[in-house]
Design a protein around this ligand. Sequence first.
Ligand code: URA
Length: 273
Amino acid sequence: MSDPIREDGLYPMRLQRFLARAGVASRRGSERLMTAGRVRVNGIVVSELGSKVDPRRDVVTVDGIECRIEARPAYLMLYKPAGYLTTMSDPYARPTVAALVPVDEFPGLYPVGRLDMDTTGLLLFTTDGDLGQALLHPSRHVTKHYVALVSGTPDERDLDRLRAGVMLEDGPAAPARAELLSPRDPLFSVVAPRGAGRTGGGEKNAVVGLTIHEGRKHQVKKMMQAVGHKVLRLHRDAFGPLTLSGLAEGGWRKLHDDEVGALEALRKGREQL
Ligand code: URA
């Protein structure tokens, strides 16, 4: 397992960030502790806000109590809203998912895979570079479940082409699970809030559930386009064993221990291949 303290290359780090990451207080609160003279590094009071510490060597105390950064990697999921790029920084200063997750508390956090700017749903983040790599490796076959509002209504022939592995410009897609969702399906309203209405041309639209295990760029949009149905809205509600349960759009949460365990099992699966 990778160790963010050793491997993320971000140390030494600012003392207030260390304190926030150690769960002592928010960064602002940590700054107040520092200026109040309550924080010591190797026994010496440090109140200057730009001061840095190296958690591998320095002993940090608050009111005499030692604080440590959890050496375990962080795992969390975001319910990504539309309008954010899946990257931790953007040279054009467009909104990125970095604004939605606690990067200060978890230096080295990065998204595992990507969702398009207009796609909503489950995006996994970790500081564990090994795990992220393993989950994205094609040999892992990690399934992703998407719900797509599409133009028109795919018929059984369209769905069978998706199930067989539809041809894309860069080669055939792997066989997918594909089904039409009924308006009674709880996922239906995630992409069709007012029900399956009509697209701009007056054409009826429909909601498709699609399970794939590849991760090519714009894969779902290209697969649906290949069978003649443009994706109007796209949402990912599951990534491997993870689902968005307990999250509202724009929110994040740490993974539960059993969820981390399930991801670990996927990683080990790869090692056995
Ligand atoms: N497929 C797409 O086309 N877009 C996404 O964001 C994810 C999968």
